[in-house]
Design a protein around this ligand. Structure first.
Ligand SMILES: Nc1ncnc2c1ncn2[C@@H]1O[C@H](COP(=O)(O)OP(=O)(O)OP(=O)(O)O)[C@@H](O)[C@H]1O
Ligand SMILES: [Mg+2]
Length: 259
């Protein structure tokens, strides 16, 4: 990073994450600039989801430091597995949204309520304000006409687009996508990628995306990081990684997924 580059929005410094005897992230260093779109690729079990889950405060870590928007994930003297109070974790989470492989919509709520509920409850918006925001976002993801439907009445691709609108309704600075199209029938993948692609191109949102859609990763990413065994083995521009990977593990992985 050059001297006049902006301060990183996300900074992992020497983070180690273990599950019992298994070390999943090993002295992990990773920085993301504001507005950057970064794709994480790599073999199963290499730690990609763990990085996103730690950022979302769904997993604690054992060693090292992590900051997001200047907030440390650990408070001085903090106790418990997260070494931070629930209030502090909530503040961090207010900057981060996450879209999961399995949508995770609230099944008993309409599409409108799925998108509007958290802005009312967590951000304190009036119901009218939250619904106006939801209407705009549902239009953006192409689902204006589905606002009164329930998740079970939607296709997987539509449910995932609602999940993206729901995450955006909180106006996060960082949006995390963990294999957002992996649970979809192949003919529904394109509509979800189109929404994510629009977001990547039109917003100053910082995005971290785990995906197996290599062509898409190449189109939307500023940087691609190849994970292997809990570390970033190689990273660079999509062109560099996809056309001239320098590490044998990257070449081997790409050969197996780009068949
Ligand atoms: N809750 C858990 N308890 C124990 N081990 C876990 C837990 N969650 C993840 N792991 C292990 O941590 C390692 C990294 O998992 P992670 O989910 O980050 O991999 P990944 O790169 O996202 O893989 P995939 O491409 O299969 O989603 C794996 O070995 C996994 O089995
Ligand atoms: Mg994963």
């Amino acid at each position: 990073m050059t001297d006049n580059a902006p301060a990183p929005l996300i900074q992992f410094a020497g983070v180690t994450k273990r599950f019992g005897a298994l070390t999943v992230l090993d002295d992990f260093n990773f920085e993301v600039a504001p507005g950057e779109k970064v794709t994480l690729i790599g073999p199963s079990g290499s730690g990609k989801s763990t990085v996103l889950r730690i950022l979302m405060t769904l997993e604690p870590f054992q060693e090292g430091r992590l900051t997001l928007a200047g907030l440390s994930y650990q408070e001085p003297g903090g106790t418990g597995p997260f070494k931070a109070s629930e209030r502090h974790l909530r503040e961090i989470r207010s900057h981060v949204g996450m879209v999961f492989q399995s949508f995770n919509l609230f099944p008993h709520m309409s599409v409108m309520r799925n998108v509007a509920e958290a802005p009312v409850r967590v951000l304190g918006l009036s119901r009218d304000e939250a619904q106006a925001r939801a209407v705009d976002l549902l239009a953006m993801v192409g689902l204006a006409d589905k606002k009164d439907h329930f998740p079970s009445q939607l296709s997987g691709g539509q449910q995932q687009r609602v999940a993206i609108a729901r995450a955006l309704a909180m106006r996060p600075r960082v949006l995390l996508f963990d294999e957002p199209t992996s649970a979809l029938d192949p003919q529904l993948v394109g509509e979800v990628l189109a929404v994510i692609g629009d977001l990547a191109h039109e917003h100053d949102l910082t995005m971290l995306l785990v995906t197996h859609e290599m062509r898409f990763a190449r189109e939307v990413s500023d940087r691609v990081c190849f994970f292997d065994k809990g570390r970033i083995c190689e990273q660079g521009s999509p062109e560099a990684i996809f056309t001239a990977p320098s590490h044998p593990r990257t070449r081997e992985f790409l050969a197996s997924v780009l068949r």
